[in-house]
Design a protein around this ligand. Sequence first.
Ligand SMILES: *[C@@H]1O[C@H](CO)[C@@H](O)[C@H](O)[C@H]1NC(C)=O
Ligand SMILES: *[C@@H]1O[C@H](CO)[C@@H](O)[C@H](O)[C@H]1NC(C)=O
Ligand SMILES: *[C@@H]1O[C@H](CO)[C@@H](O)[C@H](O)[C@H]1NC(C)=O
Length: 544
Amino acid sequence: MSAAAKSANVLLMRFLRRKLVLVTVVASVISVSILYVSWTPWGRTTVDVRPSPGSAVEGLLKKRLQDWGLKYDSIPFQLKESVTSRVASNSCVCQAEPNPVNVPLIKLLFSSVWAKYTVSSFSAAERSTMKDNRAQEYQRYQRRSQNAADLLIVAEANSPLQFPTQGVEVNPLGTILIPGLGIQEPPRDLHLVNFTAAMGTFDVAAKVEGVKVEGEGGSNLTLSSGFLANLNRQLQFITYTNTLFHPNTADTVQFSSGGHRSVFIIRIRHRVSPRLYNTGPKGDYNITALVTFATKTFIRYDKLRDLIDSIRLYYPTVTIVIADDSEHPQPVKGPYIEHYIMPFGKGWFAGRNLAVSQVTTKYVLWVDDDFIFTANTKVEKLVDILERTTLDLVGGAVREVTGYTATFRQTIMRESGGAEGDCLHIRRGYHHVIQGFPNCVVCDGVINFFLARTDKVRQVGFDPLLARTAHLEFFIDGLGLLHVASCDDVIVSHASKIKLPWGQSESSKAYSKFRYPAMSYDTIHLKDGLLYFKNGIQCMSSNP
Ligand SMILES: *[C@@H]1O[C@H](CO)[C@@H](O)[C@H](O)[C@H]1NC(C)=O
Ligand SMILES: *[C@@H]1O[C@H](CO)[C@@H](O)[C@H](O)[C@H]1NC(C)=O
Ligand SMILES: *[C@@H]1O[C@H](CO)[C@@H](O)[C@H](O)[C@H]1NC(C)=O
């Protein structure tokens, strides 16, 4: 039950306890209205499910905000540059920042920032069609994803009206008591209030003496009384019934009295079904029950077998899901192993997607097929932080053969840039250390070794168009959806990534050729195209 519905019910309960007579009245009115709701179609047989039809209220709210802005137009002001430059302004740029001093070794200490405009990979003709098509798709996306609950609503000065500013929610076609309604004004001959809704109707769950109610069961309701106290009492029994089935939208209720007008929002949505995982009895974390290890392989069966052997030393019964798009797949057998063969060369993100799609546990641990588990690869620690926080994904650290340990933490910031698209700024580093977890920080992107909530990873997905080199793309897609962290005390080892060509095995050579092709025109074209079109990014800057 939503907070609002709960408080409405608490309110109702209080009255019910106090007045026995009222009990029967309220109960019968409510049950009658519930039956009524479930039986009558309210005369409406159609619903316009085209994205955001846009309401009259929207225009009204905008107009009043503009009028307010114009009211003090003549009074001069002086801009404060240091602040205005930080306020989102729909015009952003990506700028390269060279190293402060040009000394060879300085690169190891400070990294320079490079910048790139994604459109620069396209011809002028390509650019203009892409821009037009993107603008069209973006508009559709916005209309689909926004509703009245996203409206900017300003509570105007000195309103005698009391109403809920947020948190009122109703099931589609459901009925609720609207909590918190009231009016505070000096006594007068007649006190009068009006309600108007666009997607539902009003009624009263109980009648109060001395109050005239007009329009019960309709979308305009008027209450009037010579007694303010009675009117306020009556306002505690106002119900709203959604009559237009259009979930994940919101109704804008206009509430007015005399010259005062206010608007508030009632969200219309189904109660969301949670997806809960039965992880067994309390106690130590049972990694087998909680986590599936997922990996993607291509040709490197020697590496994959080493990985599996190392995992089995520490986690003998954890399920390992392997996606494999090798040309000549070899069998990978063993207990708790699921080996999925894909069409040849489907690619890196397609494989990640497939592997994650088969996971049935609450968490999925992503590992590359050339990692090696050691005594430092304590998956329990990663489970612990996800179980005890609101985080969705937490990365670990990878120890290279050289002994160097990498966490590859990144912050990603998206700056609004208007019609050209936004600017994306990627930097090495993190935002904060996490309280209670001194080895962990919050950031926006992490290394190829992470534990995540399975549902959240699926929600973001790995774009299968990204076939070869890709990694941060997942975190760019996930910006705004994933709450990400990185811990440096859970370490997996990397089995020789950087090897000289003459020391490589045949499969490694084939792998390198396939996985790390010289950045071809096509690859750059594809990646820049996805950033520009799919993500709406005009440029990015990064310190590698
Ligand atoms: C309800 O009020 C709205 C706006 O004030 C008006 O357009 C509409 O005609 C009214 N409907 C009824 C049934 O009175
Ligand atoms: C309330 O609605 C009635 C009938 O729709 C209208 O006559 C009246 O002017 C409205 N009053 C206010 C305060 O909006
Ligand atoms: C851990 O979970 C697995 C799979 O659900 C189960 O078979 C096993 O008995 C559990 N182990 C413990 C120690 O509870």
